[in-house]
Structure formats: structure tokens, C-alpha cells
Design a binder for this molecule. Structure first.
Ligand code: PSU
Ligand code: MN
Length: 310
């Protein structure tokens, strides 16, 4: 990695991650914004550890990504994870925020855009999260489209997710992904998942049945020379663990109205809506969110094994 004048590397890999990558062992990247801004405390720390354990049980090495004291870190130890889960005022960092955070020595959790970028730079090619960001419903007025999409259109990585967050305009987000050349495949489904919901009601054009097929698709993207971009593996939350769709629709409508009334915009809107849903569903949205993330992490570990084995 390129060094700064003061000798500090730009991206620091944990020993375990560096060793796994050097030996061609499977590694799964995990983002940290879901921990710091997406889940209530103190449950978030438990979840951060649980997700790392799930990666290990799947035979891969977890690489949770964040920026601590200005250093982009790929692979965190227990104390680092505690900081991400509980440090007051920890920032939310997208791709555009990485350079100022490094220059100013700031700390922050990384979103999908920043995590995918750092993972790929470090050589990690499989990444698991909950739901991607995308085009917000108020897009016509706010022009709010998550930087996740732009980053994924330029980063060669497999992202396992339960679709995009259902707080978004899902058809518009799918359209933007098509325009930007992001490959989207359904995992054992023909329907695009709905994050808390098993299905968003939208169709996906490609369906895969095995983790090996996901790895093969990224390989073929590279072999063909399709300009760097992600393969999104859309893995639905099992139907029996989804949020009740009627409850989802009702509380989401309330949440969107509350955000409008409170004038919440920009980086704050996604955490605001997710938090409103947790409270408005008495924690049921949280359980569905966690079920989705767990499933994604398990599948990502399997895909990582295929990636490094192939
Ligand atoms: N998935 C979740 N919970 C989250 C997120 C994803 O289950 O909180 C985070 C991711 O970090 C994603 C971010 O990149 O929300 C999107 O934020 P925005 O809409 O501001 O781009
Ligand atoms: Mn945004």
C-alpha cells in the first residue's frame, strides 16, 4: 500500500486478513455503518461480533472495515469493534469522505460505497451487508441517490445483500443499477428481495442456484473486460422471517411522513427511517433486518470459498 510522508500506510490490513489474502484463503468484507448507524445500541456490538463469528463458521476470515484515527482499516480486533459500536459521534463515511477522514485523522464507520472500495483495494472480493442504498423516493426534489450505486458501478466485487432498502424507490434503483452496468442476480429467486420483505415485487433478470455461480460471474466479468463493477447477489430473507408486509407498509408510510415533517435529509435520512421502523414495529423490523444480514453473511462465506478455490 502507498505510504504517507509520516510512514503511515493508507490502508491497514489486520494480520489475519493479510495472511489469509496472501495464502489465497477466503475473506469476507463487512461494513461498519450498519453497526454504528443502522442498529440500536447495545445490540449492535453483539451483532458485529455475531456476524464475524458467522463468517468464521463458514470457513472464511472476516474483514470488518472502518476508519479509525484517520487510518482505513480492513479487519478489526475486538476493541476496534467496540469503538465502532459505541464511540459517540462516530461519523458515517461514504467514498467521498475517506480522503478528508484520512487527512484530518477522523474516525468513522464506512457505508457500502466506502467499504466496497476499500475491500477491493485490499484484495477482498466478497462483501456482505443488509440492504444497499439507492434512489430515494423524493429523488425528484432532493436528487438523493446513494453513493453506493456509483461506487458499485466502478468496483469489482461480489456484494451479497437482501436487495436495496425498502425505504427507497426500488424500481428506480433497479433502473439505475442497469444503466450503470451493475450486474444483479437473484439467489434462488426470480424476484428482487425487499430487504425486510422476502420480495419487493420486482423481477430480476438473472437467477443463480449456487455460490460457485456467483464467483464464476465475477470471473467472467473480468475475463471479458467489462469495466470494473459489482456483481450484486440478491439473497432474500426467508419468508418465515420477513416483516409482516402490511405492518411494513403502514409503519414505512408513517416514517416517510415523519422524515418529511422533521426536514431530515442527506446522510441522516437512512438512519432516521431505519430507526423509526424499529420503534414503530416494536423491534420486528430489526429482527427481519438481522435475519437478512445473517443469511447474507453465511452465503458470502460460501461464495468466498468458491472465489479463492476457483
Ligand atoms: N444495510 C443495513 N443497514 C444499514 C445500511 C445497510 O441493513 O444501515 C447502511 C449502509 O452502510 C449503506 C447506507 O451504505 O446504509 C446507505 O446510506 P445512504 O442512503 O445515506 O447512502
Ligand atoms: Mn443519500
Amino acid at each position: 500500500m502507498r505510504e504517507r510522508e509520516d510512514g503511515r500506510e493508507a490502508i491497514r490490513l489486520s494480520e489475519e486478513v493479510a495472511e489469509a489474502l496472501a495464502n489465497g484463503r477466503p475473506v469476507v468484507a463487512l461494513e461498519s455503518t450498519i453497526i454504528s448507524h443502522g442498529l440500536p445500541r447495545p445490540r449492535n456490538l453483539e451483532v458485529a461480533q455475531e456476524l464475524e463469528d458467522l463468517v468464521r463458521q463458514g470457513g472464511a476470515v472476516p474483514a470488518t472495515i472502518a476508519v479509525l484515527d484517520g487510518v482505513a482499516r480492513v479487519g478489526l480486533d475486538k476493541r476496534d469493534l467496540e469503538r465502532v459500536a459505541s464511540e459517540p459521534g462516530l461519523r458515517k463515511l461514504g467514498l467521498r469522505d475517506l480522503a478528508p477522514a484520512a487527512a484530518l485523522g477522523a474516525s468513522g464507520a464506512t457505508t457500502v460505497s466506502a467499504t466496497a472500495f476499500l475491500a477491493a483495494r485490499a484484495g477482498v472480493r466478497v462483501f456482505a451487508t443488509g440492504g444497499l442504498g439507492g434512489v430515494h423516493r423524493e429523488w425528484l426534489e432532493t436528487q438523493d441517490e446513494s453513493a453506493d450505486l456509483d461506487a458499485l458501478s466502478r468496483t469489482s466485487i461480489i456484494v451479497v445483500c437482501a436487495g436495496v432498502k425498502s425505504i427507497l424507490d426500488v424500481p428506480a434503483t433497479l433502473q439505475r443499477m442497469e444503466t450503470r452496468g451493475i450486474t444483479v442476480v437473484g439467489y434462488r429467486t426470480d424476484e428482487f428481495p425487499g430487504f425486510y420483505l422476502h420480495s419487493s415485487g420486482e423481477r430480476v433478470d438473472w437467477r443463480i442456484e449456487t455460490p460457485a455461480e456467483a464467483a464464476r460471474i465475477l470471473r467472467e466479468r473480468e475475463r471479458l473486460g467489462v469495466p470494473g463493477g459489482a456483481v450484486v447477489v440478491a439473497n432474500p430473507v426467508p419468508e418465515h422471517e420477513q416483516l409482516d408486509p402490511a405492518l411494513h407498509d403502514r409503519v414505512l408510510a408513517e416514517a416517510l411522513a415523519a422524515a418529511r415533517d422533521a426536514g431530515v435529509t442527506g446522510q441522516a435520512i437512512t438512519p432516521f427511517l431505519l430507526d423509526y421502523l424499529v420503534r414503530g414495529t416494536e423491534g420486528r423490523s430489526l429482527e427481519a433486518n438481522l435475519a437478512a444480514v445473517r443469511g447474507n453473511v453465511r452465503l458470502a462465506a460460501e461464495i468466498a470459498a468458491c472465489w479463492s478455490g476457483g
